[in-house]
Design a binder for this molecule. Sequence first.
Ligand SMILES: NC(=O)CCC(=O)C(=O)O
Length: 267
Amino acid sequence: MSTLNIAICQIDIAFGQPEQNEAKIRGSFAKLAEQETKPDIVLFPELWNTGYDLTRLDEIADEEGQSTKALMGELACKYNLHIIAGSIAEKTAAGIYNTTFVFAPDGQVIHEYRKAHLFRLMDEEKFLAPGQSLAGCMIGEMPALVQICYDIRFPESIRSGALAGAEVLFVSAEWPHPRLTHWRQLLIARAIENQMYVVACNRAGSDPKNTFCGHSLIIDPWGEIVAEAGEAEEIITGTIDRALVADVRSRIPIFADRRTDLYDLNR
Ligand SMILES: NC(=O)CCC(=O)C(=O)O
């Protein structure tokens, strides 16, 4: 399919309350079911199960992602769509990760991404283990890249996904004030420089340390805003047209025009 309907669920997150947050996820799907246009893909924010209650993660993180897989697998089947399940605190034998699972309409997990760049300003490196892969995935027939929040400050990681063919970047975030300008401008830049759609879900509300700035966005490969949320809880929707990615990439062939002989990205 060349066009895909996207829904972003910009929700508030109850601090350290996974069960309450699971109920919020179910509530979001009930709201989506009332909408006129059925989404093909739904996206949620970062760490929606626990929020940044990092000191309690050992107790409240999702063991091997089991609760998330049961919940999101059921909802993907019920509503017959792909879910990019935000990210969760996932407890494993090797450590606790900030992990996104992607679900197909049959309820199966088709991709797993663990946040690679940990954000020191919010103490992530003290409580979380970093992911070791930046691989993209196929969502149906569409090549895509899934990243988490602080990752958007690393253009190389997104460029490597675009060079591997990704046509859309999905981002789950808990991005706080006072950096709203960074959030918007980094996302727009990633869309323009990689000639890809950017679909980014931030959370609403606040926790004991931060107030989050919302402004979830759908941005097209020209860098134009297709849809943007305010700061409160909201569902925003928009359509991705894969043909536009091909069109922009053929008009301004930046990938072919790169001078990799002049760049040393390992320095
Ligand atoms: N949760 C995060 O990774 C926040 C990143 C952030 O706020 C930033 O400025 O970068």
